[in-house]
Design a protein around this ligand. Structure first.
Ligand code: BGC
Length: 357
């Protein structure tokens, strides 16, 4: 848009007017017309990640980088990606947001550390006229609606929980002799939960169990605990539970794949033969999880479409940058949300996912 002003207006005007117009443009650029002091025309995206060490988030960041490269060659124009690691610290992230704005980023893409703190970022972005796209860690609706140029790109936490629970229910009902080790008709389980307060931890935990009980299977929870999305923490929890409950555990539900892989690490450590393992299910469909499905260690997972989400972020950012209606670029719900669907993955349909992962 700034480029259009320069090229269409200046050449046709007389010298004096031209000088005034140039001065006015310079002042506008300096005085917070969008808060931007840049004169180059390339899209500059500021991306703040809550933690680069998180497996799923690092996959999403790679997807975004790759899509940006593809888009650059398609449109023949540079797109600058500034990526920061907030290292689990909301104060650090606020500083990074300030720097992105000071460096003239055109759109902010924010993966909140503390998803309850989005209001401050929306207000800062609005003051600079810089659209903001939150992703993966869902801010409260009230915060998202503070400004018309604030958006969320993600996948429904309820849906992922329900699909995971359905996987367990179907397997249990198809082969009770294999999974109901105690033969009491009750499904004894442990739950590995993600970070407390994260929408995916709360809702996956709730909706997975709801899908099983709504399907008519009685459940008994032996243990639950957070392992903060983390493989090593999950392995440590699982070791304790194996010691306490032994083979009473019939199903291990994990809020994500990394923690399911941690449970697999713990079970492998025991040397127990695979045919005696409990059913283990995760969510994300990361490459190592798909390998574990192939190896028969992980019963199933649910695809959290990182590429689809990265693609939606980029399309939305480009539309906002070009001053286009975002609803024309992505499927926008309630003017602020873009939802990507989840998909179940088991050994039966694994080949389709291995090709694309
Ligand atoms: C993913 C987890 C990830 C978390 C980070 C979730 O949607 O399933 O693997 O750790 O997001 O916020």
């Amino acid at each position: 848009m700034r480029l259009r002003i320069k090229s269409c207006c200046f050449p046709s005007r007389p010298e004096g007017v031209r000088r005034w117009a140039a001065l006015a443009l310079a002042l506008a650029l300096l005085s917070g017309c969008g808060g931007k002091r840049r004169e180059d025309s390339s899209l500059r995206l500021g991306v703040a990640l809550y933690s680069q060490d998180d497996t799923f988030i690092s996959i999403m960041a790679k997807d975004l980088e790759q899509l940006v490269q593809e888009e650059e060659s398609r449109i023949g124009q540079k797109i600058t990606l500034l990526v920061s690691d907030s290292r689990h610290n909301q104060t650090t992230q606020m500083g990074q947001v300030d720097r992105f704005l000071a460096r003239g980023c055109d759109v902010l893409c924010i993966n909140m550390v503390d998803r309850t703190g989005a209001a401050v970022i929306v207000d800062k972005a609005e003051a600079e006229g810089t659209p903001v796209i939150f992703f993966n860690r869902q801010p409260v609706d009230e915060d998202i609606r503070r400004w018309e140029k604030s958006f969320y790109v993600g996948a429904s936490a309820q849906e992922s929980g329900a699909l995971q629970g359905q996987l367990v229910l179907d397997a249990w009902q198809a082969d009770p002799a294999r999974w109901d080790r105690s033969g009491d008709g009750v499904l004894q389980y442990v739950m590995l939960e993600g970070e407390p307060g994260h929408q995916d931890s709360l809702l996956r935990t709730e909706y997975s169990i709801m899908a099983i009980t709504n399907g008519g299977v009685e459940v008994e929870r032996l243990a639950r605990d957070t392992a903060n999305w983390n493989r090593a923490q999950a392995a440590a929890r699982m070791m304790q539970w194996i010691e306490t409950f032994g083979d009473q555990i019939e199903v291990i539900l994990s809020n994500n794949d990394d923690m399911a892989l941690g449970a697999i690490d713990a079970l492998s450590e025991t040397g127990r033969p695979l045919e005696d393992w409990p059913m283990i299910v995760g969510i994300d469909a990361t490459a190592p999880a798909l390998e574990a499905v192939e190896a028969g260690q992980l019963y199933g997972t649910v695809l959290n479409d990182s590429r689809g989400q990265a693609q939606a972020i980029l399309k939305l950012a480009l539309a906002l940058y070009n001053g286009e209606d975002p609803a024309g670029a992505v499927e926008l719900e309630e003017s602020h949300y873009v939802w990507l669907p989840y998909r179940q993955v088991t050994r039966e349909n694994l080949s389709g996912f291995l090709e694309t992962s």
